[in-house]
Design a protein around this ligand. Structure first.
Ligand SMILES: Nc1ncnc2c1ncn2[C@@H]1O[C@H](COP(=O)(O)OP(=O)(O)OP(=O)(O)O)[C@@H](O)[C@H]1O
Ligand SMILES: [Mg+2]
Length: 363
């Protein structure tokens, strides 16, 4: 199995990180440190290298470059490893450019690995916001399906255009909408089919994953809440033609895959309405690890798993369950915590590497 893991990383001018060289283990890496010292920044550096973007929303270069740095460029150098093979990979950014070098050769698209980020707040946002859920599923599906990513981007562009036509009005509105709706119908049909297939595949993994982590029997299920499921392109096109008068009046597209929702059920009941916060978190973690299994199934290699202080809301038995689960897996994990008690559990993991970060420096 070709499973690339980050072996070394050195950041220069990236947020508060100093120039220390982090040498990671291919297994579990525990990152300790008090609040505001740079643990999440270290995960962000790995994410930026592997996924070509930060996991922080709307983060620009000017936010990432060290505010006290003297040089106007930000560099992250790394070495990735798979078995006996090692490759250098680096990123250089200024306010005008972004350059990546794989094996010291300019590389625009490929990265040595992909990472999945698990964030303490995502569980709450996931269960409470349909916009967040839709974005979560779409961005994770985009990571494993480039065609979906492209079509989704085309759909959003077409929808923006449709809404701008609706916003402006005018006598050509109907002709313009007809032309846009052909595209909207084509993209909506494909996106819905791919979302349904994605949920089907996740559903195969999610209940067993929950059991594997938390040793409890619960039935977890994901479903797409969309009127377009099983509709063909023509039917969607006809729907938009019928919808025209309503959309013209509202000056916006009322219905579409950009408003569809994803339902997460726990023993047949809506997870948000019926689960405790701890159970919601357990369900959400199971979803992410189910996704990671699906990722491996598709690419025959695991992503790097970045876990940012997930201990909140889980009791100590659940922490132990989660740690035991991570120990059985062959993916690389970078897990942070500022929580002393959870930290003590992480300390006990044999063969894991421990890092302490203080004011951006490796202690
Ligand atoms: N561009 C930047 N330049 C310098 N420092 C920055 C920059 N962006 C953020 N920081 C600093 O990084 C620190 C936050 O780092 P980070 O989020 O990694 O902390 P953390 O160790 O994960 O803390 P917590 O345990 O609270 O999550 C803050 O002190 C912040 O001021
Ligand atoms: Mg943090």
């Amino acid at each position: 199995m070709d499973c690339w893991k980050v072996k070394k990383l050195q950041a220069q001018n990236f947020r508060n990180l100093r120039k220390d060289v982090f040498e990671f283990s291919p297994g579990i890496n525990c990152i300790f440190g008090q609040n505001g010292n740079g643990k999440t920044n270290l995960l962000e550096a790995v994410h930026l290298l592997t996924n070509k973007k930060s996991f922080r929303k709307n983060t620009s270069y000017s936010q990432m470059i060290n505010i006290e740095g003297e040089s106007p460029e930000m560099i992250i150098q790394s070495v990735f490893e798979s078995g006996d093979e090692q490759v250098p990979y680096s990123l250089r950014m200024t306010d005008a450019l972004e350059e990546r070098y794989l094996k010291n050769t300019f590389e625009k698209t490929k990265t040595p690995s992909t990472s999945v980020f698990i964030n303490p707040f995502d569980s709450y946002s996931f269960h409470t916001s349909s916009t967040f859920r839709r974005h979560w599923f779409d961005s994770h599906l985009s990571l494993i399906d480039k065609e979906f990513k492209q079509v989704l981007s085309r759909f959003h562009k077409a929808m923006r255009f449709r809404n701008s036509v609706l916003g402006m009005g005018g006598k050509n509105t109907s002709i313009q909408l007809r032309a846009i709706d052909e595209q909207v119908a084509e993209y909506s049909c494909l996106i819905t089919q791919k979302r349904v297939q994605f949920l089907k595949e996740l559903n195969e993994h999610i209940t067993p994953t929950f059991k594997a982590i938390f040793s409890e029997e619960h039935r977890l299920e994901l479903d797409l809440d969309s009127m377009f499921v099983q509709w063909d392109q023509q039917k969607i096109f006809d729907f938009y033609r019928h919808q025209e008068a309503i959309d013209v009046k509202a000056h916006i597209t009322q219905i579409g895959i950009h408003r569809d929702d994803f339902i997460f059920s726990f023993d047949g009941l809506n997870a948000f309405e019926f689960c405790s916060l701890g159970q919601q978190k357990m369900a959400f973690l199971s979803l992410i690890f189910a996704y990671i299994e699906l990722f491996r199934y598709k690419f025959t290699s695991y992503p790097i798993v970045l876990i940012d202080d997930v201990s909140g809301e889980l009791d100590s038995q659940r922490w132990k369950n989660l740690i035991q689960y991570l120990e059985t897996k062959s993916f690389q994990v970078l897990i942070t915590t500022a929580n002393e008690n959870f930290g003590k559990e992480l300390e006990k993991i044999p063969n894991s590497k421990k890092f302490l970060i203080e004011h951006g420096s490796l202690i």
